[in-house]
Design a protein. Structure first.
Length: 391
């Protein structure tokens, strides 16, 4: 795999840094420092009110559209770029069967992108570097004033990859649609947060309490910012693993909320030898088993096993083979297909059961996965601000 990123697969399979993963209960209280107020800027629809007026809806709530990005740089993907673009086009078309999709593409690549995705996907001209819209785009929140987007100051996952244009995607996309921009007082990515829509957020310490993003900031200070920016009341922290993959262990490759009160957790295959990722998953399981959410509920935990790496399509040291990185859209749920038929079918069944009433669509993403990401990483939802049903 000709890909220059630090290896996510080394996190998933290597045991070299196992001792560096300190186990902790990881579960915070409601306390922890005074909120650092968001700095509103570029607010065409009016400045946000003080902390508490905005909240991040659960992904399962109705969407206005899904944003994606057309990968631009051969220096990042090398000879895999055509295959990655093919995966992005197929994913965009699959989501477009459920809701509008807007694909951001560089002006000189927009026609190529339009030809690839067809008429079912809207392409807008906006400078991007890579495909990871979850991390580069804004994280949307809603409130009494309607819609706003939180700009988490994307810095290439701690300056690990070219991001001169991607650092401006959130700002530029919000300006394009005339949506209020809230500049966060912390640095991070959309894939590093997971909310249940009822006041609970999950995150890993390794991707937030890290000097490559938030030097000098404590976990309590970052947690206070989450509460102020995203309207959450309780944060469940997992230790994660720093420095072993490009994201420093994003939560959306480890654990998700299927619904309030139910968490779904990535689990290694039964015969997987102990390694960093299995230890991280074990630690997360212990946190979830003993945690309560913002409503005081004990969490139900559903385990989602990974595929057999000897049976998957695609390869490379950065390959991310987790089903957790699925995407919930209006009336549907988009699930990765890796080529291990038994595991693929099992994952589709589990995820389908967790999201009743939604059509499960499996999409092959082995080129995207080869770069260390997945379906959720490549998408960012804009929540609807009306009471429309998710169908």
């Amino acid at each position: 795999m000709a890909h220059p990123r630090p290896s996510r697969r080394s996190l998933l399979r290597s045991g070299a840094a196992l001792a560096a993963l300190a186990l902790t209960d990881g579960c915070s209280s409601d306390g922890g420092g005074e909120p650092s107020g968001p700095a509103p800027s570029g607010s065409p629809s009016g400045a946000p009110e003080s902390g508490g007026s905005w909240a991040m809806p659960a992904e399962s709530r109705p969407h206005t559209r899904t944003f994606m990005a057309w990968p631009a740089l051969e220096e990042v993907w090398g000879d895999q770029l055509p295959g990655v673009r093919q995966d992005i086009a197929g994913l965009a078309q699959a989501i477009a069967g459920f809701e509008p999709v807007v694909l951001m593409a560089r002006p000189d690549q927009a026609d190529q992108a339009r030809q690839a995705v067809g008429s079912s996907v809207e392409v807008i001209e906006l400078m991007v570097d890579d495909l990871w819209a979850r991390d580069t785009g804004p994280t949307f929140v809603t409130g009494p004033q309607g819609l706003a987007g939180v700009d988490f100051n994307f810095n290439g996952w701690g300056n690990k990859q070219t991001h001169a244009n991607d650092a401006q995607v959130a700002r530029n996309l919000l300006a394009h649609y005339g949506i209020t921009r809230i500049q966060a007082p912390i640095t991070g990515e959309g894939g590093a947060i997971e909310v249940d829509g009822e006041g609970t957020l999950m995150a890993t310490e390794s991707s937030w309490v890290n000097d490559n993003r938030n030097p000098g900031k404590t976990r309590d200070q970052i947690e206070a910012s989450f509460k102020d920016l995203l309207g959450v009341r309780k944060v469940l922290w997992f230790k994660g693993v720093a420095g072993q993959d490009i994201t420093d262990c994003h939560i959306d490759a480890l654990a998700r909320f299927a619904e309030p009160g139910t968490a779904v957790l990535h689990r290694p295959a039964a015969d997987t030898p102990p390694d960093i990722w299995s230890t991280a998953s074990d630690q997360a399981l212990e946190v979830l088993k003993s945690a309560t959410d913002a409503m005081g509920r004990t969490l139900k935990v559903v385990e989602l096993p990974e595929p057999d790496f000897d049976l998957i399509q695609g390869s490379g040291k950065s390959f991310l083979a987790t089903y957790i990185n699925y995407y919930v859209c209006n009336g549907g749920v988009i699930v990765p297909r890796f080529g291990d038929q038994s595991a693929d079918d099992n994952a589709a069944r589990i995820i389908g059961d967790l999201h009743p009433g939604r059509k499960v669509t499996q999409v092959s993403i082995h080129h995207i996965a080869g770069g260390g990401g997945g379906i959720h990483c490549a998408t960012q939802q804009q929540p609807a601000t009306t009471g429309a049903s998710p169908s």
